[in-house]
Write a protein that binds this ligand. Structure first.
Ligand SMILES: NC(=O)c1ccc[n+]([C@@H]2O[C@H](COP(=O)([O-])OP(=O)(O)OC[C@H]3O[C@@H](n4cnc5c(N)ncnc54)[C@H](O)[C@@H]3O)[C@@H](O)[C@H]2O)c1
Ligand SMILES: CC(C)=CCC/C(C)=C/C=C/C(C)=C/C=C/C(C)=C/C=C/C=C(C)/C=C/C=C(C)/C=C/C=C(\C)CCC=C(C)C
Length: 511
């Protein structure tokens, strides 16, 4: 028991206590909070930073509004049940104007393999088939099987898989879809790909199709997540919120507050307060203590169980989880403002650049590029665009550098990225108007994510999503939400985690 724990029991039950305290206002935390508030719960969100959103936040410099993380947004479709961002906003009477992206990714791959993933499914399949005509049938079968997974998910209400009455209800309503999901839960994308495809280069392409959002190749990427990403990009499509990714978190906060919930910024939680074995409150860096009937952590599992709780008391379930999952790398990111005329006509918003297949998983190997101003020009001054280029990288190369060496290393790494970008955007260097460089150290500092990680990745091949934990933890009263819970990284994925977490808590509280 911690020092603060001893006096907590009466306060935990006092009338001021919250139904739920949520640590962190990432998309996972905000969906949990807004869902609970819309069900009538008394909710408080505590955010260590100045604005909401976490890795889906934004920052403004010299007339540019940059997205902190990726600008490729799933889950904003208008139909079906998998459009979880649309649904989360709708639940608190909010909506956002979005701009459809006609191409999800323009790939620039080794051996001059140039490919565009069109919003129109058949357009994408025929472009891929034209590059691999001998695999016509395999391509069709692979992507059609991904649609089967998506159609199962997209036919049912998506709530907590830890709630037996919900499971019984969806099973009676959609028995075939449920059985379909049970079949795919232990599978990975690579299992399905190799069933239909033989060409090694095409299998490499399927690897990068996974790597660019899961940061692992197809063999380690859960099939359910593959089904979501490879189908929703054509079904609901990729849609960019007007005003930038940060508007999603802001709209959720507005909805949360209208529904009676509260959020406090510059409120860093340093400790989860225990009463016996139970989590009952939190302690802030200011020394203030707050109590709630349920505590939800939107911090990563490493931060939650090693920093907010004493690491020596880590539950054995968490230790087991750490033997299966490890931290993915973070990113080296360049946020650039550039003269508009350096972009070739008809450029696409998102690009993936890889010169050598052997380097796909290496630090600074695969280069991701987003140009959100092609969809929403209001994010940059007139005549300029934003280019956000980012590439996976590990904290260890950066963490012990003294300030001057750190700055020099950042500059050197940034110019290497600019040189690589010159291959598709000639004149970029000369057209640069603004440049800000971030490293995994930056992400650790501003997002509070251990080692600046993008999220958990399997240490070795695992049975699909079966080993990913849901929201309840081994500590009674404590729940986790966000990308260290089922089904993992991605805004739509953490939105699912938020819906599920709020559902489970609402049932536990009898709301
Ligand atoms: N295009 C996309 O799909 C896209 C874009 C951006 C982000 N993302 C995804 O969002 C996911 C992350 O979302 P998330 O909800 O899991 O988390 P997150 O890391 O985005 O947010 C966590 C929040 O908790 C706050 N926090 C952490 N520790 C705290 C503490 N001790 N006290 C108070 N606040 C604290 C952080 O400041 C942050 O705002 C990632 O998987 C990423 O892929 C996706
Ligand atoms: C009853 C019985 C018998 C049974 C039951 C069963 C069931 C019901 C089951 C269920 C299940 C479920 C619900 C599941 C769910 C899932 C989900 C929701 C999933 C989701 C997913 C999503 C995802 C993964 C997404 C992702 C995305 C991402 C990550 C993105 C990213 C991006 C980036 C990074 C960018 C890139 C860029 C460039 C290219 C530039």
């Amino acid at each position: 028991m911690t020092a603060t724990a001893a006096s907590s029991s009466s306060r935990a039950r006092s009338p001021q206590a919250y139904d739920a305290i949520i640590i962190g206002s990432g998309m996972g935390g905000l969906v949990t909070a807004s869902q609970l508030a819309s069900k009538g719960a008394k909710v408080l969100v505590l955010e260590r930073y100045l604005i909401p959103g976490g890795s889906a936040g934004y920052f403004e410099r010299s007339g540019y509004r940059f997205d902190v993380g990726a600008s490729m947004i799933f889950g904003f479709g208008e139909q079906g049940t998998t459009n979880l961002l649309t649904r989360a906003l709708d639940a608190v009477n909010m909506s956002l104007e979005t701009i459809p992206d006609p191409v999800q990714i323009h790939y620039h791959l080794p051996n001059q393999l140039e490919l565009k993933v069109h919003r129109h499914y058949e357009g994408f399949i025929s472009e891929l088939t034209a590059k691999f005509p001998h695999e016509r049938q395999g391509i069709r079968r692979f992507y059609d099987e991904c649609w089967k997974i998506f159609n199962c998910l997209n036919s049912m209400e998506l709530l907590s898989l830890e709630e037996p009455r919900y499971l019984m209800r969806v099973f009676f309503q959609h028995p075939l879809a449920c059985l379909g999901l049970v079949k795919y839960l232990p599978q990975n994308v690579g299992d399905i790909a190799r069933r239909y495809i033989q060409d090694p280069e095409l299998l490499k392409f399927i690897d990068i199709e996974c790597y660019c959002w899961s940061v692992v190749p197809a063999d380690l990427t859960p099939a359910i997540n593959g089904g979501m990403v490879f189908s929703d990009r054509h079904y609901g499509g990729i849609n960019y919120p007007k005003g930038g990714v940060g508007t999603i978190a802001q709209a959720l906060v507005d909805g949360l507050e209208k529904a009676g919930g509260e959020i406090r910024y510059k409120a860093r939680v340093t400790e989860i307060i225990m009463e016996g074995r139970r989590a009952v409150g939190v302690k802030l860096a200011s020394g203030e203590t707050l109590y709630g009937r349920r505590i939800v952590s939107n911090a990563t599992r490493w931060d939650t169980f090693e920093k907010l709780l004493p690491p020596e008391k880590m539950p054995s379930r968490e230790r087991r989880w750490q033997t299966r999952y490890r931290k993915s790398p973070g990113f080296l990111s360049l946020h650039m403002g550039v003269a508009a005329d350096i972009l070739p006509p008809n450029s696409e918003c998102h690009h993936i650049i890889l010169e050598d297949w052997q380097q796909m998983e290496a630090a600074q190997g695969t280069l991701f590029v987003s140009i959100p101003t092609l969809l929403d020009p209001s994010l940059a001054p007139e005549g300029y665009h934003i280019i956000h280029a980012f590439t996976p990288d590990w904290l260890e190369s950066w963490q012990h550098l003294p300030p001057d060496e750190y700055e020099t290393a950042k500059e050197a790494a940034a110019w290497e990225v600019v040189d690589r970008l010159e291959a598709i955007f000639p004149g970029l260097d000369a057209g640069l108007d603004y440049l800000e460089v971030g490293t995994p150290r930056t992400h650790r500092r501003f997002l509070g994510r251990d080692e600046g990680t993008y999220g958990p990745i399997p240490r070795h091949k695992l049975p699909g999503l079966l080993t990913m934990p849901f929201n309840r933890t081994a500590v009674p009263g404590l729940y986790c939400v966000g990308d260290s819970t089922f089904p993992g990284q991605g805004l739509n994925a953490v939105a699912f985690s938020g819906f599920a977490c709020a559902h489970r808590i609402a049932v536990d509280l009898g709301l």
